[in-house]
Design a protein around this ligand. Structure first.
Ligand code: S3P
Length: 169
């Protein structure tokens, strides 16, 4: 396996799972949002506020392109990284794609106090989260493995991924 890529909606646990999984596999850990922040020298909120979402998406594609030419990393992607078909293709080229998901209720609970996600600034009602998740569902479904993280611990999720990798030889 070249890399292991984690996709999923905001609050599905990609970063927490990714960090632990990387340690377990002896891989590096890369967080695409963190790479974007580093490269832009601005927070995600500031990139959206100053330059808008299209600019953020262009930066996102840039870092995905870079990671797809490297190996040995567990990579957590931003929740919207899978929207672009170009990104999805790059992610599949980069490695095994694992999608994490959870119920709308659980996501809303996990994101309740969040201030760092610009797309939730306009509201984080059950309806809005549900609509965004539904719109993105076909893109999240484009994965080698999907895991329902609802009611699962991080350790549970890591164990499912490691078992899956074992079956792939
Ligand atoms: C986004 C999710 C965020 C971040 C940006 C946009 C999205 O990442 O990339 O705020 O479109 O869902 P997380 O999923 O890590 O919160």
């Amino acid at each position: 396996m070249k890399n292991l890529i984690l996709t999923g909606f905001m609050g599905t646990g990609k970063s927490t799972v990714g960090r632990i999984l990387a340690r377990r596999l002896g891989f590096r850990y890369a967080d695409l949002d963190a790479l974007i922040v580093e490269r832009a020298g601005l927070s995600i909120n500031d990139i959206f506020a100053r330059y808008g979402e299209p600019h953020f998406r262009a930066l996102e594609t840039g870092v995905i392109r870079d990671i797809s030419s490297h190996e040995g990393a567990v990579v957590s992607t931003g929740g919207g990284a899978v929207i672009s078909p170009v990104n999805r293709e790059l992610l599949h080229t980069a490695g095994v794609v694992v999608n994490l998901y959870a119920t709308v209720e659980e996501i809303c609970e996990r994101l309740r106090e969040d201030c760092e996600r610009p797309l939730l600034r306009e509201g984080r009602s059950r309806e809005r989260v549900s609509a965004m998740m539904a719109e993105r569902e076909p893109f999240y479904a484009d994965a080698d493995l999907r895991i329902d993280t609802t009611g699962k611990t991080v350790e549970d999720v890591v164990a499912v991924i490691i078992k899956f990798l074992g079956t792939k030889g």
